[in-house]
Design a protein around this ligand. Structure first.
Ligand SMILES: [Zn+2]
Length: 425
């Protein structure tokens, strides 16, 4: 036997919870094979074929013995004959026939069982959603020839997300695909968003939107990779001899990037490095790119790329009460900065985004069992509203002096962002 999931060679016979005999892989525990066994009792068949043939032939002719020869053990009394017939086959003889077939259905059953037992609310709609997500992930993963560990992890992410937020009016398939994208990135599997989009038959934009939803939802229950930044950041800051305020700012920026999934395709080291560089610009701690690269082991090209990505969202990365030492207009000369941003507190922006962000998150118990088609239509109309409301950059982020060479319009910027995403994933 060879496990199709982990390529282990050893299996063991056991039975599923519903009692069917299966073969499971000893190393990963997945169902490899399902068997159907049937016992055929040969003994009964045989007994009916010729029932006690010896006994019947003896009994009618059994002479009533005149001589009291009870001692003779070979006297054909019929009892002995009958007994000897039975003793020929002292045990019931049966044969077992067995058919074995691929265990995909039993494996699916196993996965869904672990799902329904782990979540307290195992309503039928949750089971159906899980099944749809599972099939979507398995489908796309098999087209992309991904490892089963990745699809397993993607399914885990999907379940975490669906228990943290409400899936109402959202596309299960798109969320499942986003979970797969995340799992692919975590495994550092070189697959572009474009490839995944083609395999999943979903537009990149749609997947990207759900990657964001996934990131925001899991921030509540399970931050991804967040401890990696917290491991690297203090060491880098110490090596660069940054003061406390710059270190705190860099750490804050790094955490926001991870929690909001701004740079999901970047590893914690490059995020830490770019966050440090950004913090140094604002804190007037002039560290050259070369200095930071020496400490972090990054190339300057990568640092500049990641830094550029951070600048696209720099306003979101800073603590709300933060007052930079160097005004952002001077710190980021190439980026377009709305004048007066550093002076006026961003009360309206912060309140606006947070209230909008809270809206889609509804209580989990209000699950809708309405037909899927209706749900999909609703999701489209609602999504459109959400995208416009949450559109980034915010409306005030308009270049005031488009004459300058480095200035780009908001749309150009976001286009660039998506283009780079496709290439770099
Ligand atoms: Zn296995």
């Amino acid at each position: 036997m060879r496990c199709p999931y982990c390529s282990a060679e050893q299996g063991r016979c056991t039975s599923s919870t519903s009692g069917r005999p299966i073969t499971e892989c000893t190393s990963c525990g997945r169902v490899v094979e399902e068997r159907l066994t049937q016992s055929h009792h040969l003994f009964h068949t045989r007994a009916q074929d010729s029932p006690l043939c010896l006994a019947t032939s003896d009994l009618p002719t059994l002479p009533i013995s005149a001589t009291n020869d009870d001692e003779d053990p070979f006297e054909p009394t019929g009892f002995i004959t009958a007994f000897s017939t039975w003793s020929l086959e002292p045990y019931p003889v049966f044969a077992q026939s067995s058919i074995s077939f691929a265990g995909h259905l039993a494996e699916l059953e196993r996965v869904l069982e672990t799902t329904s037992t782990s979540s307290s609310s195992s309503s039928s709609s949750v089971v159906v959603e899980n099944l749809r997500a599972y099939l979507q992930i398995i489908d796309v993963a098999s087209i992309l020839r991904l490892d089963y560990d990745i699809s397993d992890h993607a399914f885990q992410l999907f379940r975490d997300c669906s228990s943290a937020t409400c899936l109402r009016n959202r596309s299960v398939e798109a969320l499942a695909t986003a979970a797969l994208v995340h799992a692919i990135r975590e495994a550092q599997e070189p697959r572009t968003l474009q490839e995944i989009s083609v395999a999943a038959n979903l537009p990149q934009k749609e997947i990207g939107k759900y990657i964001k939803i996934l990131g925001e939802a899991l921030q509540l229950s399970q931050p991804i990779n967040s401890n990696s930044i917290s491991v690297h950041m203090p060491r880098f800051c110490t090596l660069l001899q940054l003061n406390k305020s710059a270190q705190e700012l860099a750490t804050h920026i790094g955490e926001v990037i991870i929690n909001k999934c701004f740079c999901t395709r970047r590893n914690p080291i490059s995020i830490s490095a770019a966050a440090i560089y950004l913090a140094c610009q604002l804190e007037d701690k002039r560290k050259t790119q070369a200095e930071i690269c020496k400490v972090t082991g990054l190339t300057e090209v990568t640092l500049r790329k990641v830094y550029k990505e951070l600048l696209e969202n720099w306003d979101d990365l800073l603590p709300s009460s933060y007052k930079p030492v160097v005004p952002p207009e001077k710190a980021f000369p190439s980026a377009t900065i709305a004048t007066g941003r550093s002076l006026t507190p961003r009360v309206d922006l912060v309140e606006g985004t947070s209230s909008e962000r809270d809206k889609p998150v509804k209580p989990v118990n209000s699950l809708d069992v309405s037909p899927q088609i209706r749900g999909k239509e609703d999701s489209h109309s609602k999504d459109n509203i959400n995208t416009t409301q949450l559109s980034w950059p915010p409306p005030f982020w308009k270049p005031e002096a488009p004459a300058e060479g480095g200035v780009k319009t908001a749309t150009e910027k976001s286009q660039n962002a998506t283009q780079e995403m496709e290439i770099d994933l």
